[in-house]
Structure formats: C-alpha cells, structure tokens
Write a protein of this length. Structure first.
Length: 130
C-alpha cells in the first residue's frame, strides 16, 4: 500500500508525542483549541495559557521559537539584502513571498496535528526558549 501524496510531501518533518491532553487545569476540548491557536498566534497564546496546560506550553514554545527563527534568519537578512541590492530585490521579494506561503501551510499543518496530540518539531528551528 502506498503512502498518500500528503504523507510523501511531509515525510521530512519530525513529530514527537506532545504532553497528553488533560494534564493541566484546562478542559480537554479547550486545550485542543489552544494547541491549535498556539501555532497560529504563538507568542500570545503561549504567554497567556502556558501555566494552564503542559500541552499548550510545549506547542507554544516550539511555535514561538519558529517565529523567532524566521524573523532572525529570514526576514531581517532578506530585508537587508533587498535594501542593499535593489536589482535583485524583486526576485528576492517574490521568493520571500513564496516562502511565506510555505511557512503558513506548515503552521496550519502543525496546528492540525497538534489537535491530534502530535508536536511538530519545526525544521531549522533555533530552540531559544526551553
């Protein structure tokens, strides 16, 4: 039996088991919602709900580290290059936009998997928040 196209496309991603739902003071249904939101609004949700749920804490840390990595390693260097080299600025802007779409898809996929109890270990992630 062959894998689905989605499984093949994301085979390079690493998933860990997240802390189980129901380990904190938050009801499980709300916890599943907040682990999804922790990937979309990482820093806000993580700061707000991390003490109420180990699962939200784990997902929020991973997602917040990913946002920090993206800003430090992609957005800032690309902005500097675009301002220094305006000739290739258009091409770099298009590539940055495409990368942004890939990142958005990855974040949504991570949020969906989070509701299933899986923690996506984002590729190329500086884990600054432990």
């Amino acid at each position: 039996m062959s894998d689905s196209p989605v499984d093949k496309a994301v085979s390079f991603l690493k998933f860990d088991d997240a802390p189980p739902f129901g380990g904190g003071t938050m009801p499980v249904d709300k916890e599943k919602t907040f682990v999804l939101l922790a990937h979309i609004f990482s820093f806000i949700i993580w700061l707000w709900k991390r003490k109420e749920s180990p699962a939200v804490d784990a997902h929020g840390k991973e997602a917040t580290n990913f946002v920090i990595t993206y800003i430090l390693c992609v957005s800032i260097p690309a902005s500097i290059l675009i301002s220094i080299l305006p000739v290739i600025g258009t091409i770099l802007s298009i590539l940055l936009s495409l990368l942004g779409l890939v990142v958005l898809a990855l974040v949504i996929f991570a949020g969906i998997k989070a509701q299933e109890g899986k923690l996506l270990r984002y590729p190329i992630n500086l884990r600054l928040i432990k």
